[in-house]
Design a protein around this ligand. Structure first.
Ligand code: NAP
Length: 276
């Protein structure tokens, strides 16, 4: 299978490259393929004619997106649209990563793919509009909503908290946002399984780890100097859903893909970070 991947310097992209042995993977970083550049997207895809395109490229700075909304929409909505139109022209399948932040967090049990969205932030809205552009333009798509990615490469909650905990005697972390932090490595494995199966069960899927937890409970597993606080004591420019666990039964049924356990993924990441 010939696979083109965007956003090659990102954290999921890094793991996709480490797990790619069986595949012809063509990894493009932003300087080689800017997904907001419609001409470049068409030229690169036309020249390569991949079977699959994995779009890991995204504007992911959730708080900064509130002030840089134009850029967030250009990358997350228009970039996804450019890729979907180019894929439609050459018959490629597009695998797009999306986010639990398309939901408003008012549910109290895990979100289904069919649940109504109501993003609370520019980031969530831009990712949702990217999803919709793909659905309108390209039948052969997999839109996979994931949540709270952490890994050894790039920026994420685990690496940020480890760094801050070395600089400060005490940390305060929110305890009232229920989430499912998910290892980048598990996401990469899930993507390769979907590509391996080469099935036509196109559509929207949810994938995250278990058990659901709060950021505070999660952090307690790798730092000791933490105190729980409510979100109201840690105001951020972007609002986040208070509850964003995802129901992963559909991906399990169609692809036999199981939810990973974040505790195991976390141990691996901490081990690798300590060794480096
Ligand atoms: N991180 C999370 O916790 C999380 C949670 C749920 C869903 N997701 C979704 O999962 C996917 C992967 O996330 P990630 O954490 O691996 O992302 P990431 O580490 O932030 O990587 C995204 C990459 O995309 C690149 N990029 C930005 N604008 C681009 C453009 N116009 N053209 C091409 N590349 C561009 C970035 O480059 P620069 O850094 O140079 O701009 C970066 O290397 C994204 O779709 C994200 O929305 C992430």
């Amino acid at each position: 299978m010939k696979v083109l991947m965007t956003g090659a310097m990102g954290q999921v992209a890094y793991e996709l490259q480490r797990e790619s042995q069986k595949h012809m993977l063509y990894a493009f970083s932003k300087d080689k393929l800017d997904i907001t550049d419609v001409l470049q997207v068409n030229d690169v895809l036309e020249a390569l004619k991949p079977d699959f395109v994995i779009n890991t490229a995204a504007y992911t700075k959730v708080d900064k997106a509130e002030e840089e909304s134009e850029l967030a929409f250009a990358v997350n909505r228009d970039g996804a649209k450019n890729l979907s139109l180019a894929c439609a022209k050459i018959g490629s399948t597009l695998l797009q990563l999306s986010t639990d932040y398309v939901f408003d967090g008012k549910k109290t049990n895990p979100y289904l793919e069919t649940d109504a969205v109501n993003p609370l932030s520019i980031y969530g809205q831009s990712k949702w509009e990217g999803e919709e552009a793909i659905r309108q333009n390209l039948e052969k798509h997999f839109i996979i909503r994931v949540s709270g990615i952490f890994g050894v490469h790039g920026n994420n909650f685990v690496k940020t908290i480890l760094k801050i905990s070395r600089e400060r005697p005490h940390l305060k972390i929110v305890n009232d946002q229920t989430t499912c932090p998910t290892p980048a490595k598990a996401i990469a494995e899930m993507i390769w399984k979907i590509i391996d199966k080469n099935s036509e069960d196109f559509g929207t899927y949810h994938y995250c780890s278990n058990p659901m937890t709060s950021w505070y409970e999660f952090a307690k597993n790798f730092v000791s100097n933490v105190t729980p606080i409510p979100t109201s004591e840690y105001p951020t420019p972007a609002k986040r859903p208070a509850y964003s666990a995802l129901n992963c039964e559909k991906i399990n049924k169609n692809f036999n893909i199981h939810q990973p356990n974040w505790k195991e993924g976390l141990k691996d990441v901490i081990r690798e970070l300590s060794a480096s």
